[in-house]
Ligand binder design. Sequence first.
Ligand SMILES: Cc1cc2nc3c(=O)[nH]c(=O)nc-3n(C[C@H](O)[C@H](O)[C@H](O)COP(=O)(O)OP(=O)(O)OC[C@H]3O[C@@H](n4cnc5c(N)ncnc54)[C@H](O)[C@@H]3O)c2cc1C
Length: 407
Amino acid sequence: MTNDAITAKSQQAQQALPLVILGTGLAGYTLAREFRKLDSATPLVIVTRDAGESYSKPMLSNALAGNKSPATLAIASAQQMAAQLNARVMTHADASAIDTAAGTVLVDGQPLRYGQLVLALGAQARAPGLQGDGADAVQTVNDLADYTRFHASLQGKRRVAILGAGLIGCEFANDLHAGGFDVELVDPAAWPLGRLLPGEAGELMAGALRGLGVRLHLGEMPVAVHRRDGALAVQLASGVEIAADVVLSATGLLPRVALAQDGGIATARGIVVDRLLRTSAPSVYALGDCAEVDGLVLPYVMPLMQAARALARTLAGTPTPLSYAAMPVVVKTPVLPAVVSPALAGAGNWEIESQAAAGEAGAGLRALFRDTQGALTGFALLGKAVAEKGALARQISDWLPVQAAPA
Ligand SMILES: Cc1cc2nc3c(=O)[nH]c(=O)nc-3n(C[C@H](O)[C@H](O)[C@H](O)COP(=O)(O)OP(=O)(O)OC[C@H]3O[C@@H](n4cnc5c(N)ncnc54)[C@H](O)[C@@H]3O)c2cc1C
């Protein structure tokens, strides 16, 4: 073979190395789909330690009200996804180490070579850190398999205690109530959705949940879970005990950074990436709940969709920096619909415009967050006020302004 032929051959081999995506959540599968629209030839390998079904995670916290069984939440099996995407989908496969120098990732103990590697590893539920002989019975719901277990554990039961009144805790409280359960909701903060809403808005949400019959334990820290007569009891720091058949913890999510960190890839709160979704290692990218994009960790669907579209183009050969407009988050609490655009920039003040008192028909509230210069940087809308979402979102400056593509 001539030198030219050898070079051509090695280039070919280089090109034949697969794009490897770790994760079959919304980030991994959306990226794969967007990539296939642009490149139908490059081999694609997708690795997940779960069953690899395509499903919409947000539906886990409103499935009961919609009478959806866990099985019907899966839109497509791993096999169907593999066929659709012309990909190899490795299920129940654990990625345990990345060797960026060798360009390999260890999957079930076997090195898998990648041309480009994408980390779409998601986030893990924060452990509630509880004492007591019932602590091991506390559940978290962060994927379809968790939900399937949780759903099975509810059969024939009536009382559910939820630890954490954030977005996921409040959504589950509303949904479990709609499913016919008695719900107790515990949070150390003074009002639900404490990280997203100002006090007045939080009070309105608390009132709406109480109106349903959900019992709120605010300003209360859960410290232990005990087994009592075949059921559970959640002990609060105040000494109060809540009897429950099932205990769900929803106390926050932590980006999965360990795999990257152990591989020498830079991490902070999430896996650190730039606007091209590039990590600190060559040919390794990250998106979705595991990623920290230009300093932002946004564990929501809309940002990951934008990221998937931009990254697909970059991986297919057209470097495309990610940009974000402000993306308000819809809180799925039908008892009192809420839309929140978190203020990312930090310092500032809430301005409350009450529209109706708690409990009144058509209760609603508009709260605007202004930075120290007076610019609108966030908002919270409850009830009827959610209709203003689009108009207000347009007044907030872009979270990641458009950047020129690199030359
Ligand atoms: C109950 C609930 C309700 C929500 N509701 C909303 C909502 O209404 N709106 C909204 O915008 N967002 C909502 N979210 C957040 C949203 O669902 C997430 O932002 C999104 O699903 C994250 O997708 P992802 O692909 O980044 O991560 P994940 O879906 O967590 O996927 C991670 C993938 O990585 C795999 N994986 C991890 N580690 C390994 C490993 N070592 N080896 C192999 N595979 C691995 C996992 O198996 C999985 O396939 C909700 C979240 C929850 C939990």
